[in-house]
Ligand binder design. Structure first.
Ligand code: GLU
Length: 477
């Protein structure tokens, strides 16, 4: 068996949204589980579409997710260079071979002439095929005209590791451009040469390339090379509707998610689940488990739905699994950024309380603000509260005063506060939904908090009493 070699071959034409990196992840998983190699290659032959900074960004995205590559533009490798614009002589050499064998020719037509052929075909309701206009005696190719492949139209039947058995007729085979008039190869040509020279065994890519596959098979044949294993990934669909996911649908860049405090291992797990499962109901996987369990057989054919709420759920689940000191360590920058000044021990305790509800680290400042500063009394918290708005200020004030008196005698441990809170229910004759909401609002000025007793215990008696007093004076007015 040949060593498995997979590649991720992005064009540096923009920033990858979270779905765009799935190809890289699947290729990486396959290489890692077979002790093979994973290669990064930049396909930069379309100079007009190149976006500054895209290369560094792609590399940073892979590294952040832990998708280390074994060979690549910045680290080299046995088949260097790994950037197509630096490999022009390789494509030239293969082009010359095809010319010598009569399988490539210079395109003698101007763009206007080709357009006229296209219009003709449309007028007669025929699909446009360049090969119908193949010149009888093309000029010698001097590099200034496009070089075209002289195809050999025929039926194809082939196997795609995900899409299964596929077949097409000769009508889809055409004379495509190998090298453009600017001297750069097309993707259609360059990737085949590179995959061959870099000994890639599995070509994994998006569905947008499926229609061109028969043409690639035709070129493999002309080059007398055995095609690699072909693997077509299902589309990733936007949250609503059936269109392909794009940035406009809110799919953010991988690094944006990291900036918002999603764990890299969650992103890996989430991206793996876009079109793959292990055949069971399991949804949460460690990266090691993914490497073990990933298999092409379980990659689905139909589109996979991108659902950010699932990502939030997954990240919350992974956050809850982390030991508190590690979670604290990994969220450090979100505490200092938020200016939540206080000692580490206190911050860690706060984190321990919100760990249960935290979906991503960027929520930390908002969820924990009241642990660090006294927020001004917000009347809306009461007037907008379904349970509390039905009562008069006098009633609320009365219950809060009773609660304050009783709580002021407490030694303020969680247990003690819990006991007192329960007693207060019978003393005031109120339901928890009313009384505890009232005390929660008074002590936090927030609509929600972790467990009330734990929250109050951590805030401490003085702070809670002061805040209840603030609330009581506000209820006076
Ligand atoms: N350069 C192509 C792209 O960015 C890669 C397709 C492939 O993996 O072969 O879409």
């Amino acid at each position: 068996m040949k060593t498995v070699r997979t590649r991720f071959a992005p064009s540096p034409t923009g920033f990858l949204h979270v779905g765009g990196i799935r190809t890289a992840l699947f290729a990486w998983l396959l290489a890692r589980q077979s002790s093979g190699q994973f290669v990064l290659r930049f396909e930069d032959t379309d100079k007009k579409r190149e976006v500054a900074g895209a290369r560094d960004h792609l590399i940073a995205s892979l590294r952040t997710l832990g998708l280390e590559y074994d060979e690549g533009p910045d680290i080299g490798g046995p088949f260097a260079p790994y950037t197509q614009s630096e490999r022009l002589e390789h494509y030239q050499a293969w082009a010359q071979k095809l010319i010598a064998e009569g399988r490539a020719y210079a395109d003698p037509y101007s763009a206007d002439e080709v357009q006229a052929f296209r219009d003709q075909a449309r007028a007669s309701k025929q699909p446009f095929l360049y090969r119908n206009h193949r010149p009888e005696s093309p000029p010698e190719w001097d590099g200034t005209a496009p070089l075209r492949f002289k195809s050999d139209p025929k039926d194809y039947a082939w196997h795609d590791a995900v899409m299964g058995d596929l077949s097409t007729g000769p009508e889809v085979i055409d004379d495509f451009i190998l090298i453009k008039s600017d001297g750069y190869p097309t993707y259609n040509f360059a990737h085949i040469i590179d995959d061959l020279e870099m000994e890639i065994t599995h070509v994994m890519r998006g569905q947008e390339f499926l229609a061109s596959q028969p043409n690639y098979l035709n070129l493999y044949e002309a080059l007398e090379i055995e095609p690699p294993v072909l693997v077509t990934m299902p589309h990733i669909l936007a949250e609503n509707g059936n269109k392909k996911l794009s940035k406009r649908d809110g799919a953010k860049d991988v690094l944006d998610y990291i900036r918002d405090g999603y764990l890299p291992e969650t992103l890996v797990n989430f991206i793996a689940s876009l079109g793959w499962n292990d055949g069971t109901e399991q949804e949460l996987f460690t990266t090691t488990e993914l490497i073990e369990k990933f298999s092409l057989e379980h990659v689905q054919r139909s589109g996979a739905r991108f659902d950010e709420k699932r990502l939030d759920w997954m990240n919350g689940a992974k956050i809850r699994e982390l030991p508190l000191p590690e979670l604290f360590e990994r969220s450090t920058s979100f505490w200092s950024e938020a200016g939540l000044a206080s000692d580490t021990d206190y911050r860690q305790k706060v984190l321990g309380l919100v760990q249960e509800r935290l979906k991503f680290f960027a929520e930390i400042p908002e969820l924990t603000e009241f642990f660090f500063k006294d927020l001004p009394v917000d009347d809306v918290l009461i007037t907008g509260n379904k349970q509390l708005k039905r009562y008069s200020s006098a009633e609320l004030k009365n219950w809060l005063t009773v609660s304050r008196d009783r709580l002021s005698l407490s030694d303020f441990t969680t247990e003690d506060i819990t006991t007192i809170l329960n007693e207060l229910l019978s003393v005031t004759g109120q339901k928890p939904g009313v009384l505890f909401s009232l005390i929660r609002i008074a002590t936090t000025q927030s609509p929600a908090s972790p467990s009330l007793a734990e929250t109050m215990a951590l805030l401490g008696k003085d702070r809670c009493m002061n805040r209840i007093d603030q609330q009581l004076s506000a209820l006076n007015t």
